[in-house]
Design a binder for this molecule. Structure first.
Ligand code: HEC
Length: 131
C-alpha cells in the first residue's frame, strides 16, 4: 500500500445541483450559507464562514488594491462592481496565491440580482479589522 497513491481532495467540491436558488429575500447570513460561499471563504460577521480555499472576503480592505492591480483587466470601476464581477466571472481575475478554476462559475444562474446586490453591499464594507 502506497499512501501517496490515495487520491486526496483538499478542495471542496460544490455541485451546482446542490445549491438552491437564492432570491435575495433571505438574511445576509443565509445568503452566504445557501450559496455555499462559507465553504471556501472567511467572511467577517458570518460565523459559519471559515473556509480557506479562497481569500478572506474583506473587500473594504482589499478591493481598491484589486482594481489597481496591473494584472486586473476587468470592467469594474468600483469595489461594488468588482465583487459582483468576481462572483459572476471568477476567472476574469484570479487573486494571486489562490487557485484558478476553483470558485464555481455558475453563480449567475443561482443568485438573483437582489442577492448579488446584497452580497456586494455587505462585502465592500468588510475590512477585517475588529472582526
Ligand atoms: C469552491 C470554493 C469557492 C466557493 C464555493 C466560492 N468561492 Fe469565491 N473564490 C474562491 C477562490 C479560490 C477565489 C480566488 C481565485 C479567484 O480570484 O478566482 C475566490 C475569489 C472570490 C472573490 C474575489 C476576492 C478578492 O479578494 O478579490 C470574491 C469577491 C468571491 N470569491 C466571492 C464569493 C462569493 C460571494 C461566493 C458565494 C456566492 C463564493 N465566492 C463562493 C473559491 C470559492
Amino acid at each position: 500500500m502506497n499512501p501517496a497513491s490515495v487520491p486526496s481532495s483538499p478542495i471542496p467540491v460544490l455541485s451546482e445541483d446542490k445549491v438552491p436558488l437564492v432570491t435575495g429575500e433571505e438574511p445576509i447570513r443565509h445568503i452566504f450559507i445557501k450559496a455555499g460561499c462559507v465553504v471556501c471563504h472567511e467572511i467577517p460577521g458570518i460565523p459559519e464562514a471559515k473556509g480557506r480555499v479562497g481569500p478572506p472576503l474583506v473587500l473594504g480592505h482589499t478591493g481598491e488594491q484589486r482594481l489597481r492591480d496591473p494584472a486586473y483587466h476587468g470592467r469594474a470601476r468600483t469595489v461594488h462592481e468588482y465583487v459582483i464581477e468576481s462572483v459572476l466571472e471568477p476567472d476574469l481575475f484570479v487573486v494571486a496565491g489562490y487557485p484558478s478554476r476553483t470558485m464555481p462559475a455558475w453563480y449567475g444562474s443561482k443568485l438573483s440580482a437582489l442577492a448579488l446586490e446584497k452580497i456586494a453591499h455587505y462585502l465592500e464594507q468588510q475590512t477585517g479589522d475588529a472582526g
